[in-house]
Design a binder for this molecule. Sequence first.
Ligand SMILES: NC(=O)c1ccc[n+]([C@@H]2O[C@H](COP(=O)([O-])OP(=O)(O)OC[C@H]3O[C@@H](n4cnc5c(N)ncnc54)[C@H](O)[C@@H]3O)[C@@H](O)[C@H]2O)c1
Length: 255
Amino acid sequence: MKRLENKTAIITGGSGSIGKITAAKFLKEGANVVLVDLRQEHLDEAKTELGHPDRVLTVQADVSSVEDTKNYVEKAKAKFGAVHILFANAGTEGKVQPITEFSDDVFDLVMKVNVKGVYLGIKHVVPALREAGGGSIVISSSVAGLEGSANTVAYTTSKHATVGLMRTAAQELAPYNIRVNTINPSPVDNRMMRSLEEGFSPGEAEEAKRNLERAIPMGRYAEPSEVADLVLFLASDESSFITGTTNPIDGGMTS
Ligand SMILES: NC(=O)c1ccc[n+]([C@@H]2O[C@H](COP(=O)([O-])OP(=O)(O)OC[C@H]3O[C@@H](n4cnc5c(N)ncnc54)[C@H](O)[C@@H]3O)[C@@H](O)[C@H]2O)c1
């Protein structure tokens, strides 16, 4: 028996680095996946790359929009009949600036996507999970949801907020057999970190990467695939008594 046989998972940020590799692992374990992201052409590319077109649905959506959120849930139910898993993973890094110079517009955007997007996802997916008899919600927080990080006020605030959302939802939803947990990765070797490295040290991103790696006892970034393995565990019944938890995957960074 595969680990997600007969399950349907909605993955927001589904054409991004962590979202797409998680979708690949979910498909391998028998799930249907619904990829939600901003740009249809990126979703189309991801769908082609993933294979199994009969078990992949793509829905273009801005996760901070109520209408778009309702729409991706409806489309998932219409195509696959039920929803069992939400991986609330869409996120944006914002800018690297001290608080006193931080752009208010960027602050609002990061909070809208990283916090309101997760809140709306939980709000509108939960009725479907209840209809299915229960389920699992996994939220992409970060080590920045557990510790402060200078010059990333919007991102760090937003990732702390997702921990509050998770804890509240875990308590409210346990009676319905719905588990809610965050993953809290250290820097992951992908586009988002290239953008942040450039922000920390303009023109010297490689040096910024080496500095960050020095703060990680295991001396390297996480691979997207390692993060996806944790999501798979939390989404599957193997974690059936785990809810309300933060889950650092950080090479010892927060130890
Ligand atoms: N990369 C890292 O180092 C790292 C570390 C810890 C946590 N995370 C978190 O993991 C999650 C996935 O990030 P990633 O590393 O795969 O980066 P990524 O940029 O490859 O993926 C993020 C995805 O979210 C999508 N997205 C952004 N705004 C959206 C919106 N309004 N509506 C719908 N989709 C939207 C983007 O288009 C993108 O595909 C994010 O929440 C990120 O904050 C990343």
